[in-house]
Design a protein around this ligand. Structure first.
Ligand SMILES: Cc1ncc(COP(=O)(O)O)c(C=O)c1O
Length: 348
């Protein structure tokens, strides 16, 4: 791997006690081009501007996919990556759907390791800290014909982070706009999915909600996700989460929580759940708690859900599944307990 190190690290100038998610970037980045039908040799460079002409294809047609993953420091000051194989697989699943050439495993894994190893001091030790990792691929031909690009760029950038949502999460059930449709790209981490979600989210924000609950595109009756998280409902002592389909992103945190919940003796059901079923459970005092899961937040409790003129509110409870499962997940991620599922791997 060709590595050009920065001569001007910005690490010392970062206030780690006041990190705004996604706004601070580590010193280096990985870059690899797809030219002449194949992925070329990757390189690591100082983090900085990349130049392109206005005809860059991704700017016009959004042919781009990305991933979100994290690294954590254990008490021995080693950096642990969490379930990197899953992010690798999902990136390529997204790439195939967007007609982007798949990334070879060695480019992804070696690039990831070398980059994180170089910037390991950006991953701080401490309960609230982690290093957010953003691999992404975009169409890089200079061409404005509405067709798949011939050239692509794969990059990895990283960003130190602390706790993500520290505000209450009040959700609004969205019945007009849709995140994903059957046969579409909802299961992929396609850039355009997020672009399309900003306007409905902005409307929800203006009404005092932090995020929306996405419902199915045909009848808006079934719950799919909340914001950029998978969503969970505790009805009595059972956890329910919508089943994976082509309109739902198959969350790696979701998959981990299913395993950890079952291991803890909590019954988990993956099924289609309607908003009316939820409302009925709430009215009968059976809907105990709601939470979202995702890499950025791990597990995030929901304070309220508003559906038309019904508001369902949830109080903090002592045996919260969200709290128990978050603790279990994070203690594995930080290497504090035995990793019996082999989810973590050391950066060397
Ligand atoms: C739409 C959407 N759903 C769910 C998730 C959670 O996925 P993961 O747990 O793999 O981060 C994410 C975040 O990546 C997302 O963007």
């Amino acid at each position: 791997m060709n590595i050009i190190k920065t001569s001007n690290s910005s690490l010392e100038s970062v206030d780690f006690s006041n990190l705004l998610f996604g706004t601070v970037f580590s010193d280096h980045m990985l870059s690899c081009n797809f030219i002449d039908g194949k992925w070329q040799k990757p390189e690591i460079l100082p983090y900085g501007p990349i130049s392109f002409n206005p005809g860059l294809q991704v700017l016009h047609y959004g042919q781009s996919v990305f991933e979100g993953m994290k690294a954590f420091k254990n008490k021995d000051n080693e950096v642990l990556l969490f379930r990197k194989e899953e992010n690798f697989k999902r990136l390529n699943k997204s790439a195939i759907r967007l007609s982007i050439p798949e990334i070879p495993e060695d480019i992804f894994m070696q690039g990831l390791n070398d980059l994180i190893s170089l910037d390991q001091n950006w991953c701080k030790l401490g309960k609230d800290y982690s290093l957010y990792i953003r691999p992404f691929i975009f169409a890089s031909s200079e061409c404005i014909k509405a067709s798949s690009s011939n050239e692509f760029k794969f990059m990895i950038i990283t960003s130190p982070t602390s706790t993500y949502y520290n505000q209450d999460l009040n959700l609004f059930v969205e019945e007009k706009y849709t995140r994903a449709v059957k046969g579409g790209v909802g299961f992929a981490k396609a850039a355009g999915n997020y672009a399309a979600s900003f306007y409905p989210t902005k409307i929800a924000n203006s009404k005092g909600f932090q995020q929306v609950i996405w419902t199915d595109s045909s009848k808006h009756q079934f719950i799919e996700e909340c914001g950029t998280m998978n969503v969970w409902f505790r009805i009595e002592d059972k956890l329910i989460t919508p089943s994976i389909s082509d309109t739902i992103l198959s969350g790696i945190t979701r998959d981990s929580i299913i395993t950890l919940a079952r291991e803890s003796g909590i019954e988990v059901e993956e099924k289609d759940i309607s908003i009316l079923e939820l409302l009925d459970a709430y009215k009968n005092d059976k809907l105990i708690e709601v939470f979202g899961t995702g890499t950025a937040v791990a597990v995030s409790p929901v304070k309220s859900i508003t559906y038309r003129n019904h508001k369902m509110s949830f109080c903090d409870i002592s045996d919260s599944f969200a709290v128990i499962l978050k603790e279990k997940l994070q203690s594995i991620q930080r290497g504090e307990v035995m990793d019996k599922y082999g989810w973590t791997s050391k950066v060397i």
